[in-house]
Design a protein around this ligand. Structure first.
Ligand SMILES: C[S@@+](CC[C@H](N)C(=O)[O-])C[C@H]1O[C@@H](n2cnc3c(N)ncnc32)[C@H](O)[C@@H]1O
Length: 248
């Protein structure tokens, strides 16, 4: 049975995990999966537990060591490979056009050239393969800054024009965020066809954790709510993250 902390963490990842799992189920057994910037393997190990082969590419040796430990603890070390490297150089580490599914979660906002990065990711996919892209969403960042009392940071983000909406704002963290329209535009420019787009963490980041601890069943209720709005486009502007599944 999941512990309370794990169940709360599930409210942050459930929508993305369930979309990836559906895609893997539709595509069949023994898929080849690449997780670019996969970190300590929170997703990669779960994918390997479904019977697929996963290669994680990440620049952090510490993350790769944790990935290795996690894979061994879950008895999937034989299906998980960690490679040290970054998105820009990934084509030199893994074969071109060989992956059934490429995960790029929480990484596009860290690179200098998101459009170029999507071109690289597209080159890793076999024909008909899919990209799972997860990015921070611009408008929720404005709300988040305001809710935390950082009103001038919220104003700086708010007054960014659509063209500069994804620019890093001074004093904030260094992750670039995107609007859902920017995600659609970037994917189209790199030759992807959008299959699904999801609103992720619409409520989870706004609900005080004390409330979840106090109220029995609150975590399950929150999870159901997140699932209920994930496919509703009107919630994309409120979502902390946007998740896209796209093929090429
Ligand atoms: C926010 S974490 C996301 C980890 C994981 N994908 C997840 O969703 O939980 C960002 C990860 O990207 C890695 N990273 C940072 N810059 C990168 C780059 N240029 N190329 C590939 N990975 C990068 C970091 O080491 C870190 O593990």
């Amino acid at each position: 049975m999941e512990r309370p902390l794990e169940r709360r963490a599930a409210t942050r990842t459930a929508v993305v995990w369930e979309a990836c799992r559906r895609r893997l189920e539709q595509a069949g057994p023994d898929q080849t999966v690449l997780d670019i910037g996969g970190g300590t393997g929170g997703f990669a190990v779960r994918v390997a537990e479904l019977g697929h082969r996963v290669t994680v590419v990440d620049p952090s040796p510490d993350a790769l060591a944790a990935l290795d430990r996690r894979a061994r603890e879950h008895d999937v070390a034989g299906r998980v490979t960690g490679l040290q490297g970054d998105l820009a150089g990934v084509s030199e580490l893994v074969p071109a056009r060989a992956a059934d599914l490429v995960l790029c979660h929480g990484v596009l906002g860290l690179v200098d050239d998101p459009g170029g990065a999507l071109d690289v990711l597209g080159g890793l996919l076999r024909p008909g393969g899919a990209l799972s892209l997860l990015v921070g969403q611009h408008h929720a960042a404005v709300l988040g800054r305001a809710m935390a009392g950082h009103f001038s940071q919220a104003r700086d983000l708010l007054s960014a024009t659509e063209a500069t909406a994804s620019e890093t704002v001074a004093g904030a963290d260094h992750e670039r965020r995107f609007t859902a329209d920017e995600v659609r535009g970037l994917l189209a420019a790199s030759g992807f066809s959008l299959a699904e787009i999801h609103a992720v963490r619409v409520f989870t980041d706004l609900v005080p954790s004390a409330l979840l601890d106090l109220e029995p069943g609150a975590v399950d209720g929150l999870l159901e709510l997140e699932r209920a709005v994930a496919d509703r486009p009107e919630y994309l502007t409120l979502a902390a993250q946007v998740h896209a599944l796209a093929t090429r």
